[in-house]
Design a protein around this ligand. Structure first.
Ligand code: ATP
Ligand code: MG
Length: 706
């Protein structure tokens, strides 16, 4: 056993790693070694016989982080980490429910609805209840349900104060009933169900409380109410919870994360030790100073100082692009040049605030032949052909899964018309059963579908997973369907990739049943793209980058409206949350950081003109290197008249003002002209940095050109 586990830790880190058996909070800034301390503590506890690998539970934020933790642990200790309870909240709750499905009232083979499946299930419920989806947009209903669950509230406990919320509650109740009938659970349900079982079943709770004497939580600042309550239940009296977190990196408020959990934790768990780590080991000081400067503009902070013994390092590079295309070209060229200089692609990351920004970047990378991998976004397991195949596989183990039936009963087309489908749904409703139950009594095309699923079930019995994938994609007719499609080749490749995914899945872990595989597909979707062995540039949203680090980081689209996101302006504390996101983004970089913004970009089918983000102004100029400072005149020349003509309101050729031009208004401050209407009452639409978008009559608004 190596005895150098503790070598190289600083005093505070050492103190944290070797704390006695009591609850503790490690509150520290980015890159100060929180995750490293947590992992080392696990190894240290085991090495010193204070706990067996089975006696502890550790929660991380992403599956990627959990995997990394297991890898690091195996390197530190000669133990088999496979059975250890280290994972995400969702992953651990899933595991618990698989073991105790009877207590939880779930079928052994319960399936997990991902976000898209959940939405379609909600739409079905709404149709059934005859709810107007204009008045109750399904996505809004979805957030309502998920938020309620994350607060730990079932429909009967949700507060209602008007007709609207009453209706929401009704949909929620009916949706839950439908999930129960079908034996499926959504993400939030995993946690809530697990929590309820533990709360109800004293014997079970005591069993786990006795088992997990040590509980460790990374990224504690982003736990929501329910996760916190779950931890509290599981920890019980006398157990030690070791929580590490950074209030400045709380970026999931929109999903119910509560920084207040940190204060509650200190009181509820009688925390004596709060340790602050202040030395940053990740970044050069120019990067760290920029991050500190940005976050210092937030008011509600617990307060920490971060310093590094590293030198200043390189300046932060700012690129001012004309268009999003220009920005993408710049990034691609830099990536290529850095790679040529020996920096691995996988040690470089391209971060963006919104998923929609990735398309043009991906396109640029693809054209330039730079391998890249996207984390999040349209993931392998979310692609249509894969979802179809997975739906068939789900039916093999649980034909009562209505969502899956609806997805594939007529895909590939087999002549099941809308009419007969409606009849089937009515029959199911009348019987109070699943579609499958009703289908068993049907004739014609539907009976043929039933026969198909039954024959798949037979064919799959006893088959190893990869062969099962093959059998199902063949028998379902999916392969044949796509091979006849003009652009089906890529889809067939993806179906082949499913076989590879099953092989990789089996070799990575001890599990090998179809239920295990489908669970993995729902939980791990997208955290690794196809082709995992290859060196590739990492693309992801800032949210997905939490906890990670890279030699070089590019952050694109540092513009008002994008980052900070326009939606944040209308939310309480929205801007502070955006700033924390910016802090997270900047602190991912070890050595080199690029920030870029474009004067115009195509988003959601429209050209938008944004001004540089206020976050750029918050970084001291002496830390920056502007790669291409350019005069305003050129700025306007960037837009062709043709682009303006596409917007009927803007008439650029003979207008006194030009779309895209920077202006200043005495009251509203700086902004950019979005549109212009000529004539007697000429007016302009301006996107103001601080005041939002406004129409102004030119006669009165004294605008000054910037
Ligand atoms: P974040 O807030 O971004 O999650 P963190 O606080 O979890 O960051 P880590 O990821 O654990 O920080 O550590 C940041 C980097 O510093 C890692 O590369 C880690 O290996 C390194 N590091 C941490 N402590 C030390 C140390 N005592 N000596 C040398 N390197 C260290
Ligand atoms: Mg960390």
């Amino acid at each position: 056993m190596p005895d150098n586990l503790l070598d190289g830790l600083n005093d505070k880190q050492l103190q944290a790693v070797t704390l006695p058996h009591a609850s503790a909070l490690i509150l520290a800034g980015a890159g100060s070694g929180k995750t490293r301390v947590l992992t080392t503590r696990i190894a240290w506890l085991i090495q010193n016989g204070l706990v067996s690998p089975n006696g502890l539970l550790a929660v991380t934020f992403t599956n990627k982080a959990a995997r990394e933790m297991l890898t690091r642990l195996s390197a530190m200790l000669p133990i088999n980490t496979r059975g250890m309870w280290i994972g995400t909240f969702h992953g651990l709750c899933n595991r618990f429910l698989r073991m105790h499905n009877r207590e939880a009232g779930l079928p052994t083979t319960f399936q997990i609805l991902d976000t898209a499946d959940q939405l379609s299930a909600i739409k079905r419920v709404m149709k059934l209840l005859n709810v107007d989806d204009e008045k109750y947009p399904p996505r809004q209903v979805q957030s309502f349900i998920n938020n309620s669950k994350e607060e730990g509230l079932r429909a009967d406990r949700v507060e209602v104060y008007d007709r609207h919320s009453e209706k929401m509650r009704e949909i929620y109740a009916e949706y839950d009933a439908q999930c129960n009938r079908e034996g499926v659970v959504d993400f939030a349900e995993l946690l809530l169900r697990c929590y309820e079982v533990l709360a109800r079943d004293t014997a079970l709770r005591q069993h786990y409380q006795e088992r997990f004497r040590y509980i460790l939580v990374d990224e504690f600042q982003d736990t929501n109410r329910l996760q916190y309550l779950w931890l509290k239940l599981l920890a019980g009296p006398g157990n030690a919870v070791f929580a590490v977190g950074d209030d400045d990196q709380s970026i999931y408020a929109f999903r119910g994360a509560r920084v207040g959990n940190m204060q509650d934790f200190r009181a509820d768990f009688d925390v004596q030790d709060v340790i602050k780590l202040e030395q940053n080991y990740r970044s050069h000081s120019n990067i760290l100073d920029a991050a500190n400067a940005i976050i210092s503009h937030n008011r509600n902070r617990l307060g920490k100082n971060l310093w590094t013994s590293e030198g200043g390092g390189e300046p932060i590079r700012i690129y001012d692009a004309y268009t999003d295309q220009d920005e993408a070209n710049f990034i691609v060229d830099e990536v290529k040049a850095l790679h040529k200089d020996g920096i691995e692609l996988s040690d470089m990351a391209l971060l963006y605030r919104s998923n929609a920004q990735s398309r043009i970047l991906e396109h640029g990378l693809f054209s330039a032949g730079v391998p890249y991998r996207v984390y999040g976004g349209l993931r392998f397991f979310e692609r249509a052909e894969i979802k179809h195949a997975l739906a068939y596989l789900r039916l093999v183990i649980n034909p009562d899964d209505d969502t899956s039936i609806l997805r594939v009963i007529n895909f590939p087309t087999r002549g099941v018309g809308a009419r007969s489908l409606e009849q089937l749904q009515e029959a199911a409703r009348a019987q109070g059963g699943s579609l499958w139950q009703a289908a068993l009594a049907a004739s014609g095309k539907i009976a043929a579908f039933v026969a198909l699923i039954k024959s798949m079930q037979e064919a799959c019995t006893g088959l190893p997973l990869p062969e099962m994938m093959d059998a199902v994609t063949q028998m379902s007719g999916l392969r044949q369907h796509y091979s006849a499609e003009k652009e089906g080749a890529e889809r067939i490749e993806n179906l082949d990739e499913l076989v590879n995914a099953a092989i990789a899945f089996m070799s990575e872990r001890d599990e090998n049943t179809l239920v295990d595989f489908l669970t993995y597909a729902s939980l791990e979707a997208g955290e690794h793209q196809a082709d995992p062995g290859r060196d590739a540039l990492q693309l992801m949203t800032v949210h997905a980058a939490k906890g990670l680090e890279f030699h070089t980081v590019f952050i694109g689209g540092i513009e008002e409206g994008l980052f900070p996101h326009e939606q944040s302006m209308s939310e309480a504390n929205g801007l502070e949350e955006e700033r924390r996101l910016m802090y997270v983004a900047v602190t991912r970089a070890r050595r080199r950081l690029y920030l870029s913004h474009a004067q115009s970009r195509m988003l959601h089918g429209q050209i938008r003109y944004n001004i540089p983000s206020r976050f750029l102004d918050e970084i001291p100029e002496n830390l920056l290197k502007r790669l291409n400072a350019r005069p305003v005149a050129k700025y306007q020349a960037a837009y062709s008249t043709q682009e303006f003509a596409a917007t009927p309101r803007a008439n650029a050729s003979n207008a006194p003002w030009k779309v895209g031009q920077g202006v200043r208004h005495a009251k509203f401050g700086a902004g950019v002209i979005l549109a212009y209407e000529g004539g007697a009452d000429a007016r302009v639409q301006v996107n103001f940095r601080d005041a939002g978008t406004k129409w102004l009559a030119l006669e009165y608004a004294k605008l000054e050109a910037l």
